[in-house]
Design a binder for this molecule. Structure first.
Ligand code: SF4
Length: 351
């Protein structure tokens, strides 16, 4: 039997209301994350990955707003109580429980740690403040030694001295390690990592990914890993969701994603990864045709139809696909897997 979800997102919609029009950044997204599982979230820039993460953390700022849906979090897993589910979307932002969940139960690592840390406070001040905020019974000395321990654990050399430094004196890799230390200091149930290695050089990227995989196993936490890099997902994730224009187009386990992708967008993404076999056979890399449409003008029907090599003329440009189950924990949003696509087309044109 599958363990019950730690976090269950249902029909979540986060839109941005701009003068130029409405951007449906997250548009009816549903998935869950089970305890201890690494879920990869992939897709091209602008597909809604980061807004999804920010919606879960409830840090979307105006003109963006979560307008529908629910994010059910099982906080009983941390507190050892049964049936203690809360809907994060319904919790007021100034609710102490919400503050406790965000930063203690669920934490986040951002792409660029330089903008996440305050430049006028030392690393230690920021980590210690976070620890004391979520554990009011802890003394400042205990919080400091926990922060030193976390810095040591993430591979910061001489943490007793580094803790009193400012982030500008550290390299990009060191800053990201400090960010990880801050995120893990509260021993979270779920870590959301938004492109955690994009701003780093290749060698440091590999070191940080290895560190994150090690810590994920050690802490036993679930992780939502957002990336545009399918290689990173292959290395770290057990399950993957693929997003396109604010929607999930495929959600499956990592093996199925690489061996039997169902959605044409997933298949096209996989064709665009460089592989050693292809280099040896002098195969050309293929790019996905066209580009991501303007966020203000969504194509009718399937949003991927202008770029899809398998699009069915007269159907895919009219009928919007629904998420369909095609296997155990494998769902796809594509009319090729809907038996009633043609009749839905007839209904939609009023024939
Ligand atoms: Fe392609 Fe049609 Fe499937 Fe969309 S619904 S992915 S256009 S085949």
């Amino acid at each position: 039997m599958q363990p019950s979800p730690l976090l269950e997102v249902k029909d979540l919609k986060t839109h941005f209301f701009l003068d130029e029009g409405t951007v449906r950044a997250v548009d009816g997204v549903s998935f869950d994350i089970r305890p201890g599982v690494v879920l990869g979230v992939v897709g091209e820039s602008g597909c809604g990955k980061s807004v999804l993460a920010r919606s879960i953390m409830r840090i979307v700022r105006p003109p963006g707003r979560t307008i529908e849906g629910s994010i059910i979090y099982d906080r009983g897993l941390r507190r050892g109580t049964d049936d203690d589910h809360v809907d994060l979307v319904q919790m007021p932002l100034d609710d102490p429980d919400m503050r406790d969940i965000r930063g203690s139960d669920i934490t986040m690592i951002f792409q660029e740690p330089m903008v996440s840390f305050s430049p006028v406070h030392t690393i230690g001040q920021q980590i210690i403040e976070g620890i004391m905020l979520h554990d009011p019974d802890i003394s400042k000395e205990e919080a400091r030694s926990r922060a030193v321990e976390m810095l040591r654990r993430v591979g910061i050399p001489n943490p007793e001295a580094r803790i009193d430094q400012y982030t500008f004196s550290l390299s990009g890799g060191m800053r990201q390690r400090c960010m990880i230390a801050m995120a893990l200091a509260g021993d979270p149930n779920l870590l959301i990592a938004d492109e955690p290695t994009t701003a780093l050089d290749v060698t440091t990227q590999a070191q940080i990914l290895e560190l994150m995989a090690e810590l994920q196993r050690e802490f036993g936490m679930a992780m939502m890993l957002i990336t545009h890099n399918l290689g990173v997902v292959a290395q770290m994730a057990e399950e993957v969701i693929v997003m396109y224009l604010g929607k999930i187009v495929e959600w499956t386990d990592i093996k199925t994603l690489f061996e039997d992708p169902k959605h044409p967008y997933t298949a096209e993404l996989l064709k665009s990864i460089p592989r050693l076999r292809r280099v040896k056979q002098e195969e050309r890399l293929t790019a996905i045709a066209g580009s991501v449409p303007s966020p203000y003008v969504r194509p009718p029907g399937c949003p991927f139809h202008p770029r899809c090599p398998q699009a069915i003329p007269g159907t895919c440009d009219v009928v919007e696909p629904e998420l369909k189950q095609v296997g155990d924990r494998h769902v796809v949003s594509c009319l090729l897997y809907e038996d009633d696509a043609v009749s839905r087309n007839t209904e939609s044109v009023g024939a």
